[in-house]
Every structure is written in structure tokens, then in C-alpha cells.
Design a protein around this ligand. Structure first.
Ligand code: KE4
Length: 428
């Protein structure tokens, strides 16, 4: 498969843009290849600058659940554009999208729009700290919540319960306020809560982890977090930037029946345009400026184009049967890939929640970061490149999630499974 033009464009990009990309994971570093430069997309397919066509399982990392270039979304954005892209003033569209989100997501009584998932989680944490008067926060190893300083933190070594920076530029004094527990381990949460009694403002968790590969919550994990937070006066934040409107119209909280105090959203609610949001109980949200004293703001927050794309997207998703059809496609492709691996005698641990799925290159169960990090990332890289040659575009990292859209067809799924069968044999 010829990637000549993409490679030329990548060399050019690297002179102007750090690493040649505007977000690191796009650089294909963990699979040891130059990234493809994408020219256009339609439905379930993306086309690169060399004229190659791929079945797309990245979907812009989640937003494109309705498929690329959905006519309703194109029309909505075009209609809005001719009336004005941005005013820096309130518009009715913001209230329309807010009410769609409020009607869909069990925990949300009020919601504030921002322009990215990072802004949503950063703002939600500040709101939780301001509401509780507490400074510490808790996250989980392997969960990613965007790149705000407080969230680029990893567990301290050994008995140290305080966090340490996970990136240069994050001050140690900021990191030490972030505690890190283990996903699916309520014991690790309880011991940190006991060690930091009455000083933890919030626990932020991906209710379906999607940033260490796809790791579902074990039975009782989310319910346990809810109970601990209720008993300890800790704000429970579900980071549903990825799972929101993805695993169900009401997100993972609707799917699993556990209601957090706050929820962060992004990706799908922008339909491909830059949108994030954070919402929750009225008495928490009203503490936000200008109704309350906790400051948060954004020039392009609630941008009319993004609101229109989000409204059009959610109107597609709320159609009867949308998620049932997506579930059937997702089950078929994920089970087909897992069977292809078994038939090739290649050990993978397959996971799926709705239209989020993943093949971990390990034979053992994966339920947290320590088990996910045992994967054979070199083998994954070989599989990724082999699938690319077969016209299947997966996320370029073992520690990401594959997404299916409503635009994926039976033929796409058959081709994907056949490609996987060939590639697992090839790398065995
Ligand atoms: P953004 O700031 O990238 O819009 O959202 C950050 C974020 C927050 N919370 C969750 C659960 C997320 O998955 C993300 C972003 N996800 C990654 C994909 N693993 C975005 C891809 C990228 O960084 O380029």
C-alpha cells in the first residue's frame, strides 16, 4: 500500500507542528510508522492522501458515531454557518442542546458547555473543589481525563499515597493533591479515603475505561464508588467524554444504573466539532460563575456551529432502534475478531461494552492498568500495520478503544473479520 504522500506531508508538518501532529496519539509512535494524512471521509470510510480507503474504527476517537458526513449534520452546520459562526453571546441553540443532554443523562440537572473534554474535566474538578472546600482529588491508574495539570499525575511509588507528575511541567505541589487508585479495586479506594479523611473533593472515573484499551467496570465497582462517595461527602464524577451517548443514549450511568453527582461529556455531543460539557445536580452547578463564585469561562463555549452539529447528532441517536442496531454490529465484529484470533491460535483477551471494543494482546484477564500494561505492544503494532495493509484503520495504540458507527455495513464487518483472520495468522 503506497503511503508516499502521507510521509511527505508528515515530514513537512514536523517542521511547523511539534511532532507533526496536533495531538500526540495521532503520530503513530507506538506502532512505529508514519501517520496517514487523511483527505476525506464518508460513512464508515476514510480516504488518505495517497488514495487509499480504509474502514474506520477510530471515528475521530469517538465522535463519529453516526458515520462521517451524515447529511443531517452537514445540513445543520451549513444552515448555521450562513447565519454566523460565533457571536460570544447566548443563543437558543445552546439551550436546545443543554436540554437534550439534561433529558438524556440521569445525573444532569444543569450543564455548562465548553470546547473540549479536557476543559470539561478540569472545570468539573474545580467546581467539586469549590463546592466541597476540599483540595484533594482521586483518579485511577490507566484512566485518562485530558491534559489538565491535576490529571497528568501517576501514583507515587510504594506506600506514598500522594501523586507524582506524569509529565514534565506539572508542579509536584499540584500532583501531590491527586491520589491514584486502581481501577476495579474498591479496596484501593477505601484505603486512600481512610488515609485522607474529609480532604477529598471528588473521585473522577471513566465508568467504562477506554484509555487503557476498553476495560469494563466489574460487578459492584461503580455501585461501590457511589456508596463510598455518598458516605464520605465526596463528589462522584463520571467522565463520560468517551462513553457518553456511546454505550447508551444516557451513557454508562444509564447502562449500569449508577448515578454520579457530576458527569463530563465531549466527543459525540459535538458531532465532530469541538464541544465538551460538564453537568450535574442543580445545587452544585449553580455555584458556577456568574450564578455562583466558582469561575469558569470560554470564548467559544456553546459555539453555534458546534451546538448545531451536536443537536443534529443527538436527534439521530434518539431515533428508535439506533443503539440496538449498533449493538448487533458491534457484537458481530468484536466476536468475529476474537474468533479469528482463537482460530489462529493467537492469545488475545477481548473486551466490549456497546460499540466500544478492544483486543488485548495478552492471554490473561485485563481488568485494570497493571494487567493491561502486560500486553505485547510489539505484537499489537504488527497486527495494526497488517490490518492497515488490509484496509482496516484501527486506533494506533494497544491502549485505545475501537469504535463502530451506524454507517458500518455488513460488508465492512465481513471484510474486517476476514482481515483479522489473515493478520492473526500472519503475526503468529
Ligand atoms: P479532549 O480534551 O481530547 O477533547 O478530551 C479528553 C478526554 C477526557 N476524558 C476521556 C474519557 C477521554 O477519552 C478524553 C480524550 N480521549 C482521547 C482518546 N483516547 C482523545 C484522543 C487524543 O488525545 O488525541
Amino acid at each position: 500500500m503506497n503511503h508516499e504522500r502521507s510521509s511527505i506531508l508528515f515530514q513537512q508538518a514536523k517542521t511547523s507542528i511539534p511532532g507533526g501532529v496536533n495531538s500526540p496519539v495521532r503520530a503513530f509512535k507506538s506502532v512505529g510508522a508514519d501517520p496517514l494524512f487523511i483527505k476525506k471521509a464518508s460513512g464508515s470510510h476514510i480516504h488518505d492522501e495517497d488514495g487509499n480507503v480504509f474502514i474506520d474504527y477510530v471515528g475521530s476517537w469517538g465522535p463519529m458515531i453516526a458515520g462521517h458526513c451524515h447529511p443531517d449534520i452537514i445540513a445543520a452546520v451549513q444552515d448555521t454557518m450562513v447565519s454566523g459562526a460565533s457571536f460570544g453571546a447566548p443563543t437558543e441553540r445552546e439551550t436546545i442542546l443543554a436540554n437534550l443532554v439534561i433529558d438524556a443523562v440521569p445525573s444532569i440537572e444543569m450543564v455548562r458547555m465548553v470546547s473540549s473534554g479536557t476543559e470539561a474535566t478540569m472545570s468539573a474538578i474545580r467546581l467539586a473543589r469549590g463546592y466541597t472546600g476540599r483540595d484533594k482529588i482521586m483518579k485511577f491508574s490507566g484512566c485518562y481525563h485530558g491534559h489538565a495539570d491535576s490529571l497528568l499525575v501517576k501514583a507515587g511509588s510504594g506506600a506514598a499515597t500522594f501523586g507524582v507528575p506524569d509529565s514534565p511541567g506539572v508542579p509536584a505541589d499540584v500532583a501531590r493533591l491527586t491520589l491514584t487508585a486502581e481501577y476495579n479495586s474498591l479496596d484501593s479506594v477505601r484505603s486512600l479515603v481512610a488515609a485522607h479523611k474529609n480532604s477529598i473533593a471528588c473521585i473522577i472515573v471513566e465508568p467504562v475505561a477506554g484509555n487503557m484499551g476498553t476495560v469494563p467496570p466489574r460487578e459492584g465497582f461503580l455501585e461501590g464508588l457511589r456508596e463510598i462517595c455518598t458516605n464520605e461527602g465526596i463528589i462522584l464524577i463520571f467522565d463520560e467524554v468517551m462513553s457518553g451517548f456511546r454505550v447508551a443514549y444516557g451513557g454508562a450511568q444509564a447502562l449500569f444504573g449508577v448515578t454520579p453527582d457530576m458527569t463530563t461529556l465531549g466527543k459525540i455531543i459535538g458531532g465532530g466539532l469541538p464541544v465538551g460539557a460538564f453537568g450535574g445536580k442543580r445545587d452544585i452547578m449553580e455555584k458556577l460563575s456568574p450564578s455562583g463564585g466558582i469561575y469558569q469561562a470560554g470564548t467559544l463555549s456553546g459555539n453555534p456551529l458546534a451546538m448545531s452539529a451536536g443537536i443534529a447528532t443527538l436527534n439521530i441517536l434518539k431515533q428508535p432502534g439506533f443503539y440496538k442496531a449498533l449493538e448487533e454490529k458491534s457484537r458481530t465484529v468484536a466476536d468475529g475478531i476474537a474468533k479469528a484470533a482463537r482460530d489462529a491460535g493467537y492469545p488475545i483477551y477481548a473486551t466490549r461494552v456497546g460499540s466500544m471494543f478492544c483486543a488485548f494482546f495478552t492471554s490473561g484477564e485485563v481488568f485494570d492498568w497493571s494487567t493491561a500494561s502486560r500486553c505485547d505492544t510489539k505484537a499489537f503494532a504488527k497486527y495494526f500495520l497488517a490490518m492497515l495493509d488490509e484496509g482496516v484503520y484501527l486506533a494506533p495504540s494497544q491502549f485505545e478503544t475501537a469504535f463502530i458507527s451506524a454507517a458500518h455495513t455488513e460488508s465492512d464487518i465481513e471484510k474486517t473479520i476476514a482481515a483479522a483472520a489473515k493478520c492473526f495468522k500472519q503475526i503468529s
